[in-house]
Design a protein around this ligand. Structure first.
Ligand SMILES: Nc1ncnc2c1ncn2[C@@H]1O[C@H](COP(=O)(O)OP(=O)(O)OP(=O)(O)O)[C@@H](O)[C@H]1O
Ligand SMILES: [Mg+2]
Length: 173
């Protein structure tokens, strides 16, 4: 992979239920970095739409993604580091988040629909509209080689997944 700078931000991506919040939080704790949930950056109009059960359009998503990109710039400029959970299912979404920075890395949580459906069914305190996971998998554009993602199998314990990410990014000391 060569000469890129050490990362200041990691974007943990994947479909709903792939474990973004769980893994990003645990990874941040392991590294001593800040954990951010990307959903926190939705403008109020998006929050209102989502609470009303209306799907977001890509037009709705650009300001949200731009707000996360701005936060990444702020964190990195301040010499801080963050792990951000964000579904980032499409290449175009990730291109806004990464915006050409070699110190922002994509971590893709890779798993089968069957495994993720089982985890969602067991998740407490969340209502999953039927068909949501299907549509997430239809929308998903797995990261391309040119994005030099870190891809991890989620068919493992949280500890093992975090180990795998840290090892692939050579962040272990
Ligand atoms: N490696 C794992 N092994 C077992 N269970 C897991 C693992 N990772 C996550 N889970 C469980 O799977 C469920 C989904 O995880 P989580 O909520 O982190 O996914 P998410 O990608 O953040 O979903 P959403 O997009 O809806 O926010 C949770 O109940 C979580 O505890
Ligand atoms: Mg989550």
């Amino acid at each position: 992979m060569g000469d890129e700078r050490p990362p200041c931000a990691l974007v943990v991506m994947g479909v709903s239920g792939s474990g973004k919040s769980t893994i990003a939080d645990s990874l941040a704790t392991r590294l001593g970095w800040r954990y951010e949930d990307g959903d926190r950056f939705h403008p109020p109009a998006n929050v209102a739409k989502m609470s009303a059960g209306q799907p977001l359009t890509d037009e709705d998503r650009w300001p949200w993604l731009q707000a996360i990109a701005d936060e990444i710039d702020r964190v990195c400029r301040a010499g801080q580091r963050a792990v951000i959970a964000c579904s980032a299912l499409k290449r175009a979404y990730r291109d806004v988040l990464v915006h050409g920075r070699d110190d922002v890395r994509i971590v893709f949580l890779d798993g089968t629909q069957k495994l993720i459906a089982a985890r969602l069914a067991a998740r407490k305190g969340h209502f999953m509209p039927p068909g949501l996971l299907d549509s997430q998998f239809k929308t998903l554009q797995p990261p391309e080689t040119s994005e030099h993602p870190v891809t991890v199998s989620i068919d493992a314990t949280v500890e093992a997944i975090v180990d795998d990410i840290v090892r692939q990014l050579r962040l272990s000391q």
